[in-house]
Design a binder for this molecule. Structure first.
Ligand code: GH3
Ligand code: MG
Ligand code: MG
Length: 560
C-alpha cells in the first residue's frame, strides 16, 4: 500500500485555501442571484437573511484565509444586508438598491482579481494567513513508570530512607553525598527531579550554591525540591532565588514529597482537550481545527447542525466553538438547544464569527454562551481562549467524577467505567480484570494514630496504585478504605503478579506517627471478565475473593 506522508498544518491550510478559491465563483454567483431575487420581491425577509448569510460567510472565511480585500468588500455588502433583514421595505428605495448593487459588483470584481495568479496568493495558495509555532514536541500524556530522581544529602541514612520510600512509589533514584558529584552526574544524565539538602560540611548553604552552579553549567533547569533542617528566612529565600520549586522541613512525609514531584513533573498531565467545532463551511471548521490540533488538542468538525446531539454524546467535547450564521438555524438557537439538555448545562460554548455588531454578539451570548471570538482570529488567541475554558470544564468534571482526598475516580464513576469496560470487552473479546483492595486492620490505624494519619495511609495506597498503573488502567476509591482497579488487556497471571507487587510496595511504605513509625498492608481480590460476564457479577466475585484473602490471614492476593 502506498504510504502517504503526513502533511504539515500549513500544507493542510494551503489546500483549504485552494478549495475556498475554487468555490468562490459559485459563491459569488449565488450572492448575485439571491440579490436579483430579492430585487424582484423586496419585502422577502427570508431572502434578505439568506443574502446576509452568504455575504457574511465570504467575509469571515475570506479574512480567515488571508483574503483581506475580499473580506472587506463582502463586509460592506453584509452591513447593508443586515439592515435589510431588519427593515426589508428599505429595498424599495432606489438609493439602497443601487448602493447594495454597487457593493456586490465590487465584490465580484475583487473575487476575480483574488483568483489571478499571485494576486493575493490564491493561485500559489501556499501563502499562509499567519505563522504557526512549531508543533508541540512533547506528548500530552507521559508514561508514569520509571521517573528518575536524584537525591543529594550528606547523611547516608537520610539518603537510604528516601531512596527506599521513593522506590515504593516507583521512582528510580540515584543518591549523592555531596553537591559536586550531583553536579557531575547532571551533566551526564538529566533526571526528572532533584531532592536536595541545603546544609553540607563545606558550607551551610552549599546546596543552594550547587543548584545555581548546575543551572549555569547545564543551561537548563530541573525541578528541584529542597529538603532541609533549616527553617530560617535566609535559607528559604536562597532556595527560592536559586529556583527551588518546593521546600520541605526534615523529616518530610514521603507522601508529601511524592505529591510535590508529581506536581513538578506533570505526572498526571491530562488527556488532550476535546473541542467540537460547528461551522456550516467545512473548510472554515477544518481551518480552526488545524490550528487547535497544532497545539495538541483533539477536534471534531461538524458542518451539519442537525447531528449535534449525536456528536456531543459520542465525542464528549470539553467545549464547543460555534459559528453564528448557518443555513436552517443560527448559532444562538443551536446554543439554546444544547443548553436545554441537562447533561450539557455546564458545557462551555464560544461563538467564533465575523459578526462585529456588539448588540448581536450580546444577544447571542445571553443564552449562556461563554464568549465571542471574532474572525479572523489570531491563532494564539483562539488557542488560549479555548484552552482556558476547556481546562475549566475538565476541573468541573473532575470535581464530580473524583474523590476529593485522593483524586482517584469516585465510586459512581468507577462503577460506570466498569460497565463501559465490560461492554467494550464484549465487543472486542478483550481480557478484563476487576480488582478490589481493602486496607488491613485500618480501624486499628485510626484508633492508634488518629484519623489524619489514617488519611495519610489512604493517600499512600492511592499513590502506589497511580504510580504503578498505566494511564489506561482505571483506579478508583470504592469506599472509605476500599479501592478498585480495572485492568484491560492483561492475563489473569499478569494481573495477579502486578497486584502482588503493588501489595509488596505498599507494605514497605513507612508512616511517621507521633509516637512511632509503622507500616500497613492491604488485601486484594481479583475477578476475571470472561468467567463473570457482567459488571455486577465481576464486583461480587472480586468481593468474595477479597473476603477469602482477609480470612486467610490478610496481606495477600486471591484470584476468583
Ligand atoms: P479489615 O482488615 O477486615 O478490613 O479490618 P478494618 O479495620 O480495615 O475494617 P473495618 O471495615 O472494620 O474498618 C474500616 C475503617 O476505615 C472504619 C472507618 O472509620 C475507616 N475509614 C473509612 N473511611 C475513612 C477515611 O476517609 N479516613 C480515615 N482515616 N478512616 C476511614
Ligand atoms: Mg473495610
Ligand atoms: Mg479494611
Amino acid at each position: 500500500m502506498e504510504q502517504k506522508k503526513p502533511s504539515s498544518a500549513l500544507e493542510k491550510i494551503a489546500r483549504l485555501r485552494v478549495t475556498f478559491c475554487n468555490q468562490l465563483p459559485t459563491r459569488v454567483a449565488d450572492i448575485r442571484n439571491t440579490f436579483e431575487r430579492l430585487q424582484a420581491s423586496p419585502g422577502d425577509r427570508a431572502l434578505a437573511a439568506e443574502l446576509h448569510r452568504l455575504l457574511h460567510g465570504i467575509k469571515g472565511t475570506g479574512r480567515s484565509f488571508g483574503f483581506r480585500e475580499l473580506g472587506e468588500a463582502a463586509a460592506l455588502g453584509e452591513t447593508l444586508a443586515a439592515e435589510l433583514v431588519e427593515h426589508p421595505q428599505m429595498l424599495a428605495q432606489t438609493d439602497w438598491q443601487s448602493l447594495l448593487a454597487k457593493h456586490i459588483d465590487q465584490l465580484v470584481q475583487v473575487s476575480h482579481s483574488s483568483l489571478l495568479p499571485g494576486a493575493q496568493g490564491c493561485a500559489s495558495a501556499a501563502a499562509p494567513a499567519f505563522t504557526l509555532r512549531a508543533a508541540a514536541q512533547t506528548p500530552i500524556t507521559t508514561e508514569t513508570a520509571g521517573r528518575l530522581v536524584y537525591l543529594c544529602d550528606d547523611e547516608p541514612l537520610t539518603l537510604a530512607q528516601l531512596a527506599s520510600q521513593l522506590a515504593c512509589f516507583s521512582y528510580e533514584t540515584v543518591s549523592f553525598l555531596d553537591p559536586k558529584s550531583l553536579c557531575d552526574a547532571m551533566l551526564l544524565r538529566r533526571p526528572d527531579a532533584v531532592i536536595m539538602d541545603i546544609n553540607f560540611p563545606m558550607g551551610k548553604s552549599a546546596g543552594i550554591e550547587a543548584l545555581a552552579t548546575i543551572r549555569e553549567k547545564t543551561g537548563r533547569s530541573v525541578p528541584t525540591i529542597f529538603l532541609s533542617a533549616r527553617n530560617d528566612f535566609a535559607a528559604r529565600m536562597g532556595a527560592v532565588q536559586a529556583g527551588g520549586e518546593a521546600y520541605f522541613l526534615k523529616p518530610a512525609l514521603p507522601i508529601d514529597l511524592v505529591a510535590a514531584i508529581d506536581a513538578l513533573t506533570n505526572q498526571y498531565s491530562a488527556e488532550a482537550y476535546r473541542i467540537l467545532i460547528i461551522d456550516d463551511e467545512p473548510e472554515v471548521a477544518a481551518y480552526h481545527g488545524i490550528i487547535l490540533q497544532e497545539y495538541g488538542m483533539t477536534t471534531y468538525q461538524l458542518s451539519e447542525p442537525a447531528l449535534v446531539l449525536q456528536v456531543l454524546a459520542d465525542f464528549r467535547p470539553d467545549m464547543v466553538l460555534m459559528d453564528m450564521y448557518m443555513p436552517g438555524c443560527n448559532g444562538r438557537d443551536l446554543a439554546t438547544l444544547i443548553r436545554q439538555v441537562p447533561d450539557y448545562i455546564g458545557l462551555p460554548i464560544v461563538y467564533l464569527s465575523s459578526e462585529t455588531d456588539r448588540h448581536k454578539q450580546f444577544s447571542a451570548m445571553r443564552v449562556g454562551a461563554e464568549g465571542f471570538l471574532t474572525k479572523p482570529v489570531v491563532p494564539e488567541d483562539l488557542v488560549s481562549a479555548v484552552a482556558i475554558r476547556a481546562e475549566r470544564m475538565r476541573t468541573l468534571r473532575s470535581l464530580m467524577a473524583r474523590d476529593s482526598l485522593t483524586g482517584l475516580f469516585n465510586h459512581t464513576t468507577t462503577t460506570q467505567l466498569l460497565e463501559s469496560a465490560v461492554a467494550s470487552a464484549k465487543r472486542g473479546s478483550k481480557a478484563l480484570m476487576f480488582v478490589m483492595i481493602d486496607i488491613d486492620n485500618f480501624k486499628h490505624v485510626n484508633d492508634t494514630h488518629g484519623h489524619p494519619i489514617g488519611d495519610q495511609v489512604i493517600l499512600a495506597v492511592s499513590r502506589v496504585l497511580q504510580q504503578r498503573l498505566r494511564n489506561s488502567d482505571v483506579v478508583g476509591r470504592y469506599g472509605g478504605e476500599e479501592f478498585a482497579i480495572i485492568l484491560q488487556d492483561v492475563t489473569i497471571e499478569a494481573a495477579a503478579h502486578l497486584v502482588n507487587e503493588l501489595r509488596d510496595d505498599f507494605s514497605r511504605v513507612v508512616f511517621h506517627a507521633t509516637n512511632a513509625d509503622f507500616s500497613c498492608t492491604f488485601s486484594a481480590g481479583i475477578a476475571c471478565y470472561s468467567k463473570h460476564s457482567h459488571a455486577e457479577a465481576l464486583r461480587e466475585a472480586a468481593d468474595r475473593a477479597l473476603y477469602r484473602a482477609k480470612h486467610s490471614g490478610r496481606n495477600c492476593v486471591v484470584v476468583d
